[in-house]
Ligand binder design. Structure first.
Ligand code: ATP
Ligand code: MG
Ligand code: MG
Ligand code: MG
Length: 471
């Protein structure tokens, strides 16, 4: 089943259950300045859950474009390392605003998975919040999931991938238990069931999270019941597609295979299993959609998230031997894959290409120089990259710290982050002194510093001025 059909079936199913189809909102949340990027389907409905916005419907369904590359959810580091994480992905969701609650949400999910998508029930595992007997009993008695495949999960904070089955919008406000559905990809893949010590593996993959907003937490930590409980669910399209296309990794689904082939074509790579191709295929989606939604590369906020992802992709291209702009050429391939579902992508394609190409031209030369400096540093210290070099790469060559960290991780080299922070602090002190002298001096200072590579003059100036204003 192709991704297109999976999307359509999801929406049709929930429309048949009285849900109103709502289009994906953009990646910059319109209603929440505290949130950098849209990271789930519920974001555009936040005010409806809080009761400050009214809609003409009490049930909704959507396919929401999401980015998790910063803030509370950051999966950038997972890309290329797990079978299931992207920076950009599509979340299929159904929502109840004070309408149905646990029983219907669970029944709908089960019916869709087992009767429409025809997943074998014996491969599905579910988790519930450890105190949520109500959800537990619905799964056990009404759906008939065997007790050994219903796992109670507590507040498992801290562990890298561990489930945390209590959801909250913020420190106060709507919150409640959730129940998640996992798919067992079978013993060929390493990993243990949810809640076990081996859960970090990729055998049991979480596909759907059902959130039951039940309480309203106040500042003292009291949790009275919400007058009208709500439901918010999210299922990753790519993870479901992997199951329905009988592959294990998200990167093996139709859409990704085509992007990986395109990345191989542009980087003249013959080994289609090269990890860098996955990273590039992932990043072209995130970068393109961020630009579609009005973001341009910059040195802070949204712009810096975008810049970090682009530069990371370019570094992977460089690793594959690419020295000329190539990334922007993948936009057309992405349009073929996703343009029908997202006409805004097709409309903005020329602009997306232009923005990417410009950033590639801008970073190309410093990437080359920076890599040489990094090789020299590692040649004299093969087990650790010192903080001063990481800072020089960041400050003069435009290597975001996570890009340098990505290289270090690949080569199993430690990165001296404390040393990086010390060097950054030293720079701030200098910048503050320069800033106090005169704003123009800051521009001159940064221009001077970067003249030999002709790089990012305005950017640097902006950064130094921002530091001055900050401090
Ligand atoms: P995981 O534990 O695998 O990181 P999560 O618990 O962080 O997932 P949720 O916040 O519950 O994910 O999001 C709901 C659903 O969205 C998940 O069940 C999954 O199917 C999908 N999803 C979440 N993060 C990603 C991602 N980075 N890439 C692809 N799909 C994702
Ligand atoms: Mg996660
Ligand atoms: Mg999880
Ligand atoms: Mg989850």
């Amino acid at each position: 089943m192709k991704s297109t059909e999976i999307r359509a079936k999801f929406l049709k199913f929930f429309e048949s259950k009285g849900h109103t189809l709502v289009r994906s909102s953009p990646l910059i949340p319109g209603n929440d300045p505290t949130m950098l990027l849209t990271n789930s389907g519920m974001v555009q409905f936040k005010d409806v859950f809080l009761g400050t916005d009214q809609r003409a419907y009490s049930r909704a369904t959507s396919v929401q474009r999401c980015v998790r590359a910063g803030g509370k959810h950051n999966d950038l580091e997972n890309v290329g390392y797990t079978a299931r994480h992207h920076t950009f992905f599509e979340m299929l969701g159904n929502f109840s605003f004070g309408d149905y609650f646990k029983r219907d949400a669970i029944q709908y999910a089960w019916e869709l998975l087992t009767k429409v998508y025809l997943l074998p029930p014996e491969k599905l595992w579910v988790t519930v919040y450890h105190e949520d007997n109500e959800a537990h009993d619905i799964w056990a008695n009404e759906i008939g999931v065997p007790l050994e495949r219903i796992i109670r999960i507590g507040d498992n904070k801290g562990a890298r991938y561990a489930s945390d089955n209590f959801w909250q919008m913020a420190d106060t406000g709507p919150c409640g238990p959730c129940s998640e559905i996992f798919y067992d990809h079978g013993p060929d893949v390493w990993g243990g069931p949810p809640g076990s010590a081996e859960q970090d593996g990729d055998r049991y993959i979480e596909i759907w999270n059902l959130v039951f907003m039940q309480f309203n937490r106040d500042e003292q930590g009291n949790m009275p019941l919400l007058p009208k409980p709500c439901v918010d669910t999210g299922m990753g399209l790519e993870r479901l597609a992997a199951i329905l296309q009988h592959v294990h990794s998200n990167y093996e689904i139709d859409l990704f295979q085509n992007l990986i082939k395109a990345a191989a074509r542009e980087t003249r790579t013959t080994d289609l299993n090269d990890n860098s191709l996955k990273v590039i295929a992932d990043h072209i989606r995130a970068c393109s959609f961020l630009i579609v939604d009005g973001i341009i590369p910059g040195s802070e906020g949204h712009g810096y998230v975008l810049r970090r992802i682009i530069r990371r992709a370019l570094r992977h291209g460089h690793k594959l031997g690419q020295t000329q702009p190539f990334f922007y050429k993948l936009v057309q391939d992405l349009v073929i894959e996703m343009g029908a579902a997202y006409p805004e992508l097709t409309d903005a394609a020329a602009r997306v290409e232009q923005v990417l190409k410009q950033e590639e031209e801008r970073f190309g030369e410093t990437l080359e120089h920076g890599m040489k400096i990094l090789e020299v540093a590692l040649a004299s210290s093969p087990h650790q990259l010192d903080g001063q070099t990481a800072f020089t790469l960041y400050d003069t060559y435009g290597f975001p710290l996570d890009l340098t960290a990505d290289i270090c991780r690949e080569r199993k080299v430690d990165l001296d982050e404390a040393g990086f922070n010390t060097a950054m602090e030293r720079q701030r002190t200098t910048a503050r002194a320069a800033g106090k002298f005169k704003m123009a001096a800051a521009v001159e200072y940064s221009g001077d510093k970067t003249r030999f590579v002709g790089y990012d003059l305005l950017d640097q100036a902006a950064r130094v001025i921002a530091l001055y204003v900050d401090g």
